[in-house]
Design a protein around this ligand. Sequence first.
Ligand code: PEP
Ligand code: MN
Length: 341
Amino acid sequence: MIIILKNNDYSEENPSVQKLTEYIKNYDVNISKIIGSQTTIWGLVGDTSKIDIDMIRQFDIVENVQRVAEPFKNANRKFHPDDSIIDVAGKKIGAGYFSVMAGPCSVESQEQITDIAKKVKNSGSAFLRGGAYKPRTSPYSFQGLRDMGINMLLEAKKAADVPIVTEIMDLSHLDYFGEVDIIQVGTRNMQNFELLKELGHTKKPILLKRGFANTIEEFLMSAEYIMAGGNSNIVLCERGIRSFDNKTRNVLDISAIPVIKRLSHLPIIIDPSHATGYSYLVEPMAYAAVAAGADGLMIEVHNDPQNALSDGAQSLTPEQFDKVMQSIIKRVEFEGKIMQR
Ligand code: PEP
Ligand code: MN
């Protein structure tokens, strides 16, 4: 962290200097002073992650403050140069291993979820996704089958022998997630810090989706919340961010892949379904994601998209998904990655 001081008297006797020095002493950092003819700079060396930059700005002799180190540690590539591999039920994600998670937006019936589970697995999906607790914008929309939906997913998991991923919306439901292989935290809960902290105390793999209006730094700070509790099993998911353009549901931030790979060792997958909102955009965006270095994909697949209880417009039929997978698998192999099935 760099503190630029106002043109002033910097002697130790100056009470303003004393106050700032006293404040900084609360932290495990050393001050390295550069005194120029026009400007004086203090460099804070050490663990500055706990320092509130706005508090420093409040001191009367401070002109400006800048962070030079990211505020996240556990998720930071600087302290963990190698890519992390998240191993879930024998399927790997990250460091050259590529996994697809596919299935309906919402679990609608036992027959539906079991049938889709078998089909997406057959097409090369490593995981079955399906929403039981659904975060819907309108309280009048279908809210998911809730705990019954989890039970149906568990049945489908057994019948098709495929690990499952499903979203948690509230801590009070955590007990239902015992047999769930990956717990998803959706875009709306990315900054539900109490939920993140509690998931940090579990050993469960977490699929953390980026908030639709959150920066990459905020995204990584949310991963940091989970990791600070001791759980490093995190897969990040870029699912589109909000923009002014309404031709797509969101705007897929493909650049988030290389940006996050530079900043963090955690794997990142792409959800082209929620990012675009339209089934015709899923294949090109999935392909772009693989080319940009993604570690996996999450794709919505529905047996009858036109009558789906949620997100039908962006869902592929199992037949369309199979075709998309054929081109994705080729591209994954072209990238030298190992497809997990
Ligand atoms: C979902 O995966 O069905 C979902 C609701 O995703 P998001 O949180 O990205 O909107
Ligand atoms: Mn959905």
